[in-house]
Design a protein around this ligand. Structure first.
Ligand code: DGY
Length: 327
């Protein structure tokens, strides 16, 4: 009979549950939808847990952590992103924090490349045209998009995902690949990618893929001022976090032609209301944050989150330890 307890804030794939069962008695919020904040607080007050397995939609703030109590060992999020967790408050209480790095790299990189192609080649407009009966006889200047070959690719954030986006896109024949990150990385040479400052990325690139985390430093990095510096023909793709782009400024930049088009898998807020001006713009392709939506990734994410919970209550360092990232 397991003597440890875990609270899971959502229904998760079965492989993760099976793993947790090896060590924990499991309570979970039995829904596919996000747990309301107050319901989570009350659940954690009502019973004491050794581990908390949460999602990126759960705000793990001081109120939640107070409710969890001092016996809690670990907060394990089933996501790569961890901006929803107050790391300082976790550190203060001595809780480990862990994410799920690596296992969604391929799925997110695949989707980022798909989104870039969808946006550059105006695929959603083509699909709509067929469905709406607007497809007439072949026209020489209809739905013409932008080719990738001989253009300049920029990657904002050359971590695991950024690198794997570059690796997949390189064979399309870009004339140059630039990247911007906190510092230069040695593996950039495998892409023949050159480090540039942010200004250089904005001014030199035809395509920019945003593949970074949301931090105070990256928040609204793409805004009115930076759009002005980008090429009018530039195509921006974001599969990192919505908050990296100021969406009001993006609407203006797309309307005025300051940049050509944008593909978003992440938005601010999420979900983006269907009345939001970006939703009805032809030069903006929006997906509902589905970068890691493959069974391979989701099963693996559930498993690594479960293993992190087990490590946390066994005195081991979890695979995705981010506890030391607190500042
Ligand atoms: C993550 O893991 O942070 C992704 O955004 C979820 O797909």
């Amino acid at each position: 009979m397991p003597d440890k307890t875990v609270y899971v804030t959502r229904r998760i794939p079965q492989p993760g549950i099976d793993k947790l069962k090896e060590v924990f008695e499991i309570d979970h919020y039995d829904s596919d939808d996000a747990i309301p904040h107050q319901v989570l607080v009350e659940a954690l007050k009502a019973k004491k847990y050794d581990a908390l397995l949460c999602m990126l939609t759960d705000q793990i703030d001081a109120e939640v952590l107070d409710a969890a109590g001092p016996q809690l060992k670990i907060v394990a999020t089933m996501s790569v992103g961890f901006e929803h967790i107050n790391l300082q408050e976790c550190n203060k209480r001595g809780y480990l924090v862990a994410n799920t790095p690596g296992v969604s790299t391929d799925s997110v990189a695949e989707l980022t490349c798909s989104l870039l192609l969808m946006t550059a080649r105006r695929l959603p407009e083509g699909v709509d045209a067929v469905k709406n009966g607007e497809w007439g006889l072949w026209k020489p200047m209809w739905l013409c998009g932008t080719q990738l070959n001989n253009r300049v690719l920029g990657i904002y954030g050359l971590g695991r995902i950024g690198f794997n986006v570059g690796r997949r896109l390189k064979p399309f024949g870009f004339s140059k690949i630039y990247y911007t990150d906190v510092h230069e990385v040695s593996y950039a040479k495998d892409l023949d990618a050159e480090f540039t400052d942010f200004e250089g990325l904005l001014t030199k690139c035809d395509f920019i893929c945003v593949c970074c985390n949301l931090t105070p430093q990256t928040r609204h990095m793409f805004n009115r001022d930076t759009f002005k510096k980008m090429k009018n023909t530039a195509i921006l793709v974001n599969s990192g976090r919505g908050g990296v782009i100021n969406h009001d400024d993006l609407v203006d930049a797309l309307r005025s032609g300051e940049i050509q088009a944008c593909g978003l898998d992440v938005t601010e807020p999420e979900p983006l209301p269907k009345e939001h001006p970006l939703v009805s713009m032809n030069n903006c392709v929006i997906l509902p944050h589905m970068g890691s939506n493959t069974w391979d990734s989701r099963n693996a994410m559930a498993c690594i989150a479960a293993r992190n919970c087990i490590a946390g209550v066994s005195g081991q360092t979890p695979e995705g330890n981010i506890s030391t990232n607190a500042s």
